[in-house]
Design a protein around this ligand. Structure first.
Ligand SMILES: [Zn+2]
Length: 191
């Protein structure tokens, strides 16, 4: 099996009670942990994290929740950590993104978040991965961007819709359409 699971941004700040809590975030964390406990047979399981030091206009005191956001996932704060439900997962690697600018796709990140860290696409190829499943938060932002980049990078890509949570749930059908146009398969329910 050459399929990897990419767990996108299941971080404290993106779950209920966090600085940018998404409805359903805690449920996604719990369900992803339960899904992995079933040993679904992925060759690799990796995570991405939003990882902000000074991301410029990505942060705003008057956020529009489209291009600007309340401060979140600031490096060194508890909100930047993975959700407690996922802390027992042995991720093959964790890719941090957005140190100094907005970064929605995990493919923009690197191990450690710096310019010299391993990046997601070559890391997956080095591990023989040809197919990826994407889950996490938020469906309409970082899951969407990560899945589109995965397809662009040549990976056969699916989003397990039941293991995602959206900032704007009403926009999800349009996201599913956009993904389909990019040859990303939306699988729901997830199992
Ligand atoms: Zn961010």
């Amino acid at each position: 099996m050459t399929r990897a699971l990419i767990v996108v941004d299941v971080q404290v700040d993106f779950c209920e009670g966090g600085a940018l809590g998404v409805d359903g975030g805690n449920a996604v964390a719990e369900q992803v942990a339960a899904f992995l406990a079933l040993q679904p047979g992925y060759a690799q399981v990796v995570a991405t994290r939003d990882h902000h030091i000074d991301p410029g206009p990505h942060f705003s005191d008057t956020p529009d929740f489209i291009d600007s956001w309340p401060p979140h996932c600031v490096v060194g704060t508890p909100g930047q950590e993975l959700h407690p439900d996922l802390r027992g997962v042995a991720f093959g690697a964790i890719f941090d993104k957005g140190s100094h600018e907005a970064a929605y796709s995990g493919f923009e990140g690197s191990v450690g978040g710096g310019a010299d860290g391993d990046r997601l696409a070559p890391w997956l190829r080095d591990h023989g991965i040809t197919e990826v499943d994407v889950v996490g938060i938020a469906t309409d932002f970082c899951v969407r961007a990560t899945a589109l980049d995965a397809a662009r990078e040549g990976f056969a890509t699916r989003v397990l819709g039941g293991l995602t949570a959206a900032v704007h749930p009403g926009g999800v059908p349009a996201v599913v359409e956009e993904l389909a146009a990019a040859d990303v398969e939306w699988v729901s329910p997830e199992r």
